[in-house]
Design a protein. Structure first.
Length: 122
């Protein structure tokens, strides 16, 4: 695998990402339309009595408390997709009784959540 530009400075310790993350105001975050649409994602959950209920897939996406906990739970790194000024957290945790990783990407320039998901561990 080759780097995009081998002549530019890289940040092996992630120090620049930490500085960028300090600019984020977790209590006043905006979301992209994609993240916002995930608020309405629902799935069928089968009940013990054989019935079905609709539950939100990502009810956490509008919680600033969870965002702050994710940000405090791991060290930020530069967005691997290369969005200028965006930082990413991959924080171990749990959701609905399952262990996994919280994924959070925030653009510090616009104070906007670009990606927010929980991925269950195997």
């Amino acid at each position: 695998m080759y780097v995009h530009n081998p002549h530019t400075w890289i940040d092996p310790l992630g120090l620049n990402a930490c500085e960028t993350a300090r600019k984020i105001d977790a209590d006043n975050l905006k979301t992209t339309r994609t993240v916002e649409r995930h608020l309405d994602d629902v799935a069928d959950k089968f009940q013990k009595d054989g019935g079905r209920a609709k539950i939100q897939n990502r009810p956490f996406t509008d919680s600033s408390l969870i965002v702050r906990e994710i940000m405090a739970g791991s060290k930020p790194k530069a967005d691997p997709r290369g969005t200028e000024g965006a930082v990413r957290w991959d924080t171990p945790g749990s959701f609905r009784g399952r262990e996994g990783t919280w994924e959070l990407v925030i653009d510090a320039n616009t104070n906007t959540i670009l990606h927010f998901n929980f991925v269950r561990g195997e």
